[in-house]
Ligand binder design. Structure first.
Ligand code: 5GP
Length: 139
């Protein structure tokens, strides 16, 4: 299937049908904590308009989304006193995509500290909430 499925899990988060730990929202964009973080502070940025990924996204949507990715990358770098920030985005299963609503991963990186595996263990909700508060405070 290569069309957008409006029943994907991030569409359900946008609709409020399943919970998420949100840290940023505007008219076009939502950011929330990844439930299986590869490092503390791992967040996801999604457009409210549905597309499977970057390949079928409306450029007008991207033009609003990318400044938010930048803003949150700077915020997470400050909040976690990081040495760098990893921004990742996968297109289709062959590239590692598992949720088919466009999203950017934003992950603070520290020198010498490896990332945990992609879609590894679930983090405790209170830890996610505390990390979201740290990022919000840096916005
Ligand atoms: P992808 O491989 O599609 O780029 O990554 C999807 C990401 O979404 C993974 O990092 C995974 O941990 C995260 N994820 C999957 N299901 C949920 C969920 O229900 N809530 C949240 N907050 N993150 C999720």
């Amino acid at each position: 299937m290569t069309t957008y499925d409006p029943n994907n899990i991030f569409a359900k988060i946008l609709a409020g049908d399943i919970p998420s730990v949100k840290l940023y929202e505007d008219d076009d964009t939502l950011a929330f904590m990844d439930v299986m973080p590869q490092a503390p502070g791992h967040l996801l940025v999604i457009p409210k308009q549905g597309s499977r990924n970057l390949l079928d996204a409306d450029p007008a949507v991207l033009s609003k989304l990318i400044p938010v990715v930048q803003k949150l990358a700077n915020a997470v770098k400050d909040a976690f006193d990081a040495d760098g920030v990893y921004v990742a985005q996968f297109n289709e299963a062959a590239a590692g995509q598992t949720v088919f609503h466009l999203h950017f991963h934003v992950i603070p990186r520290h020198d010498g500290l490896p990332l945990k595996p992609h879609t590894g263990g679930m983090e405790n909700i209170d830890v996610l909430k505390a990390n979201a508060e740290k990022i919000k405070a840096a916005l």
